[in-house]
Design a protein around this ligand. Structure first.
Ligand code: PDD
Length: 291
């Protein structure tokens, strides 16, 4: 039996015992949204921006927000308290709820399903960080609302599998010749003294790690730039990083079988890596985290 305790619709229960109806719209239609929030030193990291993004996803999809900000915060804190790990990652999912008759059109009386659990957040494997990762580029086959953190991740799964089949670790997604993001991360490039990432729009998720890294850039002598990145520009970058709450910044050393820089994790990534660890420490001390 699992030692993890999950929250499902107002009740705590062992993760493995938690059950939702097969008529839940999340199961039948992928009709739901989610969040992944890291916890460092038993403190929820950057809670405010994560909550803000969850509220954006709920509002954009028209799923009623089932909790107040205070209730969401209490739920996150309870998840942490109920589990032994110092560093964790919280998973929160809200679907539109169970509908007795399958219909694309949702009934408006539905009660959202709320599911949350936590796992141990282990640091990235040091060997992977030393070596870096290999990526392919692929056409971004997703929909036009990638700013919503939707549970409907089939396209992301397919593109990740495509990368695996090509012998790569991940894929960088290209829409109309421009970089959008990774399959589960944002993309940043280093060009000289600039840290460049595509501007926020409907084609990518507003990553919390992305924003923290942009905020950190000046501290290590980098100019943060939000600008479209063409595939040609991507190929010429000094460094490429994938960024997310669980990966932090991950150096890409090979793209479509060509070396990025000299084919090893670059010096700017090394500098950002140590700065980001300090910044994490600072932000966990500060209630609410990054803005
Ligand atoms: N995903 N873009 C996509 C498509 C993502 O799925 C994620 C994160 C990000 C980075 O967002 P953040 O920095 O806030 O983690 C960007 C999470 C980790 C996941 O699905 O597990």
């Amino acid at each position: 039996m699992s030692t993890q305790t999950a929250w499902l619709n107002g009740e705590w229960q062992p993760l493995e015992a938690a059950r939702v109806s097969p008529l839940d719209r999340g199961f039948l239609f992928g009709d739901g949204v989610y969040e992944v929030i890291p916890v460092y030193e038993r403190r929820v990291f950057a809670f405010k921006p994560h909550l803000q993004r969850l509220k954006h996803s709920l509002e954009a999809t028209g799923i009623p927000n089932p909790h107040t900000d205070e209730e969401w915060e209490a739920l996150c804190n309870s998840l942490v308290e109920r589990h032994p790990w110092t560093d964790q990652y919280l998973y929160i999912q809200v679907t539109r709820g169970v509908q007795p008759k399958r219909d694309h059109l949702p009934q408006n009386c539905l009660v959202p399903t709320v599911f949350a659990y936590t796992s141990e957040l282990k640091p990235m494997d040091e060997a992977v960080l030393q070596r870096g990762v290999r990526c392919i580029t692929t056409q971004d086959i997703r929909w036009q609302r990638c700013d919503i953190k939707a549970i409907t991740l089939l396209a992301n799964v397919m593109m990740k599998l495509e990368a695996q089949r090509a012998g790569a670790d991940d894929a960088i997604l290209i829409r109309n010749g421009m970089v959008s993001e990774g399959t589960a991360s944002n993309v940043m490039i280093v060009e000289g003294q600039s840290l460049v990432t595509p501007p926020l729009d409907h084609h990518l998720l507003g990553g919390i790690t992305r924003q923290i890294l942009l905020n950190c850039a000046p501290a290590i002598g980098l100019l943060p730039v939000e600008e479209p990145i063409s595939i040609q520009r991507l190929y010429q970058a000094d460094e490429i990083w994938l960024t997310s709450s669980t990966k932090e910044a991950l150096p890409v050393v090979e793209l479509d079988e060509r070396s990025v820089g000299d084919g090893t994790p670059g010096p700017v990534w090394q500098a950002m890596r140590s700065h980001y660890q300090q910044e994490k420490q600072r932000l966990v001390q500060q209630r609410g985290g990054a803005s």
